[in-house]
Design a protein. Structure first.
Length: 180
């Protein structure tokens, strides 16, 4: 794969950062779902983010709103102050709910994880850097797609986006993120 980014050490300020957990709703508790593999690493990072008082937002596809699958996996231990939104698009900024939440808290950096790499993650992360201007931290061990090609293409895409967008991405792994 061309432009396979090497995960780097990243430092984020919890006061000006948010963790976006995209489309990892309770359906991911089914071991047959590809996103099942993300529950443990994301749950572990959620503990670190909470300990640092980082703002956390969950998303689920709008079709899950009002259903039992609207909830997050039990392992995430979602708290009442951690909202779930249900945007009707792969780009989770689309519904207009996410941006005001981040803006009110002075967020400058978003850590984006979830499923699928080539859908919710790629479109939301791209919108985060452009047009919204956030620095976007992408932990590669917090993403998954149905196939390797889709996943690797997404990472490649982050390295070639024009207009200064590629420079706003920080490719990393959960254990390489230092929260201050």
């Amino acid at each position: 794969m061309p432009n396979k980014p090497v995960p780097q050490e990243v430092t984020v300020d919890a006061r000006t950062s948010a963790l976006l957990v995209l489309d990892l709703n309770s359906r991911c508790e089914d071991p047959k779902e590809p996103c099942y593999k993300l529950i443990e690493p994301v749950a572990k990072f959620l503990e670190r983010a909470r300990a640092a008082n980082m703002f956390i937002v969950y998303t689920a596809a709008d079709r899950y709103k009002g259903t039992p699958e609207a909830s997050m996996p039990a392992a995430f231990k979602q708290r009442p102050e951690e909202p779930t939104i249900f945007p009707p698009a792969f780009d989770k900024f689309y519904s207009g709910e996410l941006q005001p939440m981040l803006q009110q808290r002075g967020v400058k950096t978003v850590v984006v994880c979830g499923a699928s790499s080539n859908q919710a993650v790629m479109y939301t992360a791209t919108a985060a850097v452009r047009p919204f201007g956030y620095t976007c931290v992408i932990p590669v061990d917090g993403l998954i797609a149905r196939g390797d090609y889709e996943h690797e293409f997404t990472l490649h895409q982050f390295t070639i986006l024009p207009g200064g967008a590629a420079e706003k991405f920080r490719i990393t792994e959960f254990d390489k993120i230092k929260i201050v």
